[in-house]
Design a protein around this ligand. Structure first.
Ligand code: AMP
Ligand code: MG
Length: 397
């Protein structure tokens, strides 16, 4: 069977994961999520004419000959609900954010007065409209103030709050079950016997799920035992949206994931990439299941290339790609024919757009991945690149 292309497998994974449902979520939980419907402003902002300064609400026309001394007829703190109209020839003391009384057309800041409370001496004139924040300055009632597809940031949830909205319609985060497999695996923090290794994919993939804005449920790991595999998943089948496994999908014996899912609607393929060739995808008890290879670098690169974009798309993100840049290689490298290679690199745009490969192509070289900040993408048909050649790099952060 010819290998599946990276693009084909990406599409298959994205189709499997699909779109998460839209929910009304409390603003508190909306940061980073994508707005699923336009928001029409239910009120204007500011909602009423209010003072931009601590000072005195006046009629600008009353400030003829300066300095002028006028009676202070009222005092308006922020939050005052009932107001008395401003009588000609008087002023009212007013605080920042307090409503401007009818009859007043300007505010004189306190610094231009003697700050009196019974009467006040005003030293400088103001124009009509000065220091008044007019209702609707910022947002008009009925304006489409936020559009569907907006990624909610601190400022946008702040705006929603200012509009009095306690909830917003968003696509919810997918709940992703992360399960590692391998009889050699041991939980960090416990003793290691010869032949065993500490389990690392689970923590790494669960973190990558969270970094993408989804929810991770990290199951520890199961040994290479088909019954243990099914047993581990069973309690979660009703509560998760996607299952991501690692390990047990290559060509050897004891390939637990392949064996366990052989009788399910899961397709195992070889994708034309390095690392991360052996991939599986399909449905397990109705749930999308993505089976990543076990080598740590393969697992993480597969997540980057296939799973992350699908999770982002499922939440309604339009931008599902990492930022890319063109850079020139600091050193040459080789790549297998017919496979897209993702090499780990360090890219510092400040240093003249040069990318330095970190470590070799080996998919067990986890520290090289941890020390890199980008993936260097070598196209399928390229087998050799020299120092100075241009490549595309994908930022990992
Ligand atoms: P597999 O795909 O199961 O054949 O595993 C390939 C390689 O990755 C083997 O050397 C495994 O020991 C290693 N490996 C698999 N799963 C994990 C894991 N969760 N953490 C660390 N290494 C792993
Ligand atoms: Mg294994």
């Amino acid at each position: 069977m010819p290998p599946t292309s990276v693009a084909e497998h990406r599409q298959r994974v994205a189709d499997l994961v699909g779109l998460m449902p839209v929910l009304q979520l409390p603003l508190e939980d909306c940061l980073g999520l994508v707005l699923a419907a336009d928001v029409i402003a239910p009120l204007s902002l500011p909602p009423f004419d209010n003072s931009a300064m601590d000072g005195y609400a006046v009629r600008a026309a009353d400030l003829g000959e300066l300095p002028v001394r006028l009676p202070v007829a009222d005092d308006i703190p922020a939050g005052r609900v009932e107001l008395t109209p401003l009588e000609p020839g008087t002023v009212q003391r007013i605080m920042t954010g307090a409503p401007v009384p009818s009859g007043a057309d300007a505010v004189v800041q306190v610094e231009w007065t003697d700050a009196g409370t019974e009467t006040v001496t005003i030293n400088r004139a103001v124009e009509a409209g000065a220091n008044i924040r007019t209702a609707g300055d910022d947002v008009g009632k009925g304006d489409p103030v936020l559009v569907a597809g907006t990624v909610l940031r601190p400022s946008t949830v702040g705006l929603a709050s200012a509009l009095g909205l306690a909830e917003l319609p968003v696509r919810r985060r997918p709940r992703v079950l992360v399960l590692s497999t391998g009889s050699e695996l041991v939980e960090p923090g416990t003793p290691l016997l010869p032949g065993q290794i500490y389990e690392s994919n689970g923590m790494m993939l669960a973190s990558a799920v969270r970094e993408a804005g989804a929810e991770a449920v990290r199951l520890r790991f199961v040994p290479d035992d088909v019954d243990a595999f099914h047993e581990a998943l069973r309690p979660y089948l009703g509560s998760v949206d996607v299952i991501v496994t690692s390990g047990g999908v290559s060509a050897g014996a004891y390939e637990v994931v392949k064996d366990a899912l052989a009788s399910h609607d899961v397709e195992f393929t070889k994708v034309a990439m390095q690392p991360g060739g052996p991939q599986g995808s399909g449905r397990y008890e109705g749930l999308p299941v993505l089976t990543l290879p076990g080598n740590p670098v393969s697992a993480q690169v597969s997540f980057e290339v296939f799973v992350r974009p699908a999770l982002l798309a499922s939440m309604g993100h339009r931008q599902v790609e990492r930022t890319t840049a063109r850079a020139s290689l600091s050193a040459g490298l080789t790549s297998p024919a017919g496979r897209t290679q993702f090499r780990r690199g360090l890219y510092d745009p400040a240093s003249g757009e040069v990318v330095t490969p970190v470590g070799g192509p080996g998919s067990h070289l986890l520290s090289a991945l941890a020390l890199s900040n980008c993936l260097i993408e070598v196209p399928e048909d390229v087998t050799e690149l020299a120092a100075g050649d241009e490549v595309v790099v994908r930022y990992l952060q």
